[in-house]
Design a protein around this ligand. Structure first.
Ligand code: ATP
Ligand code: MG
Length: 275
């Protein structure tokens, strides 16, 4: 039905087979009956969603539908807003992270986040990457050097910065800064990477680089990406959740969402009829 996606869908057919064969994939996050309020605003309504290991899960939906809120609930960053109240359950590797007794510090070492606007620290490229490992007590220069190199290589930016590691990260282009932020996230060896519109501030070439990188990273990480770019969701994700007014309207294998959605509202959204 959505002609613009024909090509992407053809490419993804193979991927679909993989997804089906992985249906036993372990879940990393299991969200059950999640509700969230900012004061009186009911921003997430009865969310049920499973994030699976070594998959890219895309979250799509119009502005204000709760995508960022949901992402920030997965690392409990949303609690930085004082008026926030939640109910329900989010299990991360079988432990309920919304429980009062849950050690949020543990979650922060396991779940990394990349934001819409590249946000390197005003420090050298090296110090940006070494920041997390240093916080975790690593002082040995040789080990830090190794972590910095590996993280930059894994973020596909080593060759571009290896001769300027001690220059300020602000001197890099936006696309390079975003890959530095991804490298900074990898340096703490997370289990899951959350990305909130990570390419919306980037040019098409940098966007492509980050998309390729995401495809490579899923061999070792589980990734949740919020995107307004429908082609991007179709290109890089295994599963897609369509959010509307704080609810999950539909969650399925990406090809299904884009070619044969179950709900009329999903069809309208992915075909550009609203939002
Ligand atoms: N800090 C906050 N305080 C109060 N309400 C908030 C806060 N952050 C978000 N909201 C409200 O929660 C709802 C969901 O917002 P959210 O930022 O999650 O949407 P989104 O889907 O990420 O939108 P966008 O695509 O524009 O980024 C909106 O109604 C928004 O106004
Ligand atoms: Mg948002």
């Amino acid at each position: 039905m959505v002609r613009a996606f024909d090509e992407v869908i053809e490419m993804n057919k193979e991927k679909d087979v993989q997804v089906i064969s992985q249906q036993q994939a372990k879940s990393v996050f299991e969200t059950t009956r999640l509700n969230l309020w900012y004061g009186e605003t009911h921003a997430l309504k009865d969310i049920h969603l499973t994030i699976s290991e070594n998959e890219v899960t895309a979250i799509i939906g119009p502005s204000g539908c709760g995508k960022s809120t949901y992402l920030k609930t997965l690392n409990r960053m949303v609690e930085l807003v004082p008026s926030v109240r939640t109910s329900g359950e989010i299990k991360y590797r079988d432990e309920n992270i919304l429980s009062k007794h849950y050690q949020v510090e543990h979650l922060r070492t396991k779940v990394g986040m990349v934001f819409q606007k590249p946000n390197p620290f005003p420090k050298s490229i090296y110090d940006n990457i070494a920041y997390g490992p240093r916080i975790h007590g690593i002082r040995n220069k040789k080990i830090l050097d190794q972590i910095v190199e590996k993280s930059l290589r894994d973020a596909a930016i080593w060759d571009e910065v290896k001769d300027r590691l001690h220059e300020n990260a602000y001197g890099l282009s936006g696309g390079q800064q975003q890959r530095i932020c991804i490298a900074r996230c990898l340096a703490i060896e997370p289990d899951v990477i959350l990305m909130d519109e990570p390419t919306s501030a980037l040019d098409p070439i940098s966007t492509l680089k980050v998309e390729e990188l995401i495809q490579q990273l899923k061999a070792n990480y589980s990734i949740v990406i919020v995107t307004h770019n429908m082609q991007q969701a179709a290109r890089i994700s295994d599963k897609t959740a369509f959010f509307l007014n704080g609810e999950v309207v539909e969650f399925d294998v990406t090809n299904k969402i884009f070619t044969n959605p179950h709900d009329k509202r999903t069809e309208d959204y992915v075909s550009g009829r609203f939002g």
